[in-house]
Design a protein around this ligand. Sequence first.
Ligand SMILES: C[S@@+](CC[C@H](N)C(=O)[O-])C[C@H]1O[C@@H](n2cnc3c(N)ncnc32)[C@H](O)[C@@H]1O
Length: 283
Amino acid sequence: MPLVGPNRAEYEAFQAFTLDTLGLSLGDNKAYLLHGRLQRRMGELGLNNYGQYYQRLSSDRSGAELQLFCNAITTTKTDFYREKEHFELLTNEIYPALKRKISQSSPGKLRLWSAGCSMGQEVYSMAFEAVDIFEQELEAGFDMKFLGTDINTEMLAVARSGIYNAEMLQTLSTAQQEKYFCKTERAEDSALQVNGRIADLVEFRRVNFMQTTYPIETTFQVIFCRNVFYYFDPGIRQIVLNRLAGYLDDGGWLVLSVTEIGYEIPDLVKVRGNIFRRQAIAA
Ligand SMILES: C[S@@+](CC[C@H](N)C(=O)[O-])C[C@H]1O[C@@H](n2cnc3c(N)ncnc32)[C@H](O)[C@@H]1O
C-alpha cells in the first residue's frame, strides 16, 4: 500500500513532538514537508501509517530513532562562505581587532563557534582566513580553536571527515582549494579534504539547542548562528539566543543570518541588523 501523508491528528502529534524535541514549530500547512522528509525512514521500517511511526518514535527509549528523526527533519542547506559579508567582517574587522588584543595582553586564547554548523562549511570558512591572519601566532603555539555543533549526526559525520565533493567546493576559488584542501583517496577523484593544518584547529560536537545546558565549558570571542531559526518557535528562539549570549566573552560577537533581523538580545548590543556584541568591560 503506498504511503500517504499524515492525517490531521497524526500531523498535530508530530508538530508537538518536533516543537518539544527540537524547538521547531512546523506550521499547520507543512504536512507535505514532514511527509517528504520521513517517508524514506518509514519505508525502511516497512511502515505505511504515520500513527505507527509516531508510536515507535515516542516509545523508543534508546534515543536511536529520535536521532534518525532529527537527521531527517532538519533543514541542512549550507555552503562555504555563505553570506560572504560575514566572512569579510571577520577578515577586515574582527580578526585584526583580536590580533591587536593578543599582541597587547598576555597570551590568552581564541575560541570561535559555529552553532548549527550542518556539514561544517561555515566553521571551516571561519578557520580559512584565520590561519592566514594568525599565521605567526599559530606558529608560536597560540591556542586558537573552532567549534562546530549541530543536532544532525549525519551532517556532523561529513563535517568531521572534512571531505567535500566538487559541487560543494564550487563556491571556492581554485587558489582556496589548493591552499586549504588536499586530495583524498577515500572519496571520488574530484572530492577534496580539508588539510591537516585547518582540521587540527576544528572540533565538532552534537549539541541540541533545546538542552538546558550545553556540553561546552568555554566562552567565545565569536559565535556564528546563522540560518538556524527559520522554523523555530519564537519563544524558544529567544531562550536559545539568550543562552548563546551567555557563551559570549566581553567584547565578543554574535552573528546571525542576514535574513534574521528584528531580534533583540537583552544582554547584547545590536551593532547592525543581525550582528550583536557583548559590551567590553573597560579595564
Ligand atoms: C540551514 S542549516 C545552517 C547551516 C549554517 N549555519 C549556514 O548558515 O550555512 C541549519 C542547521 O541547524 C541545525 N539545527 C536545527 N535545529 C537544531 C537544534 N534544535 N539543535 C541544534 N541544531 C539544530 C540543523 O541540523 C542544520 O544543520
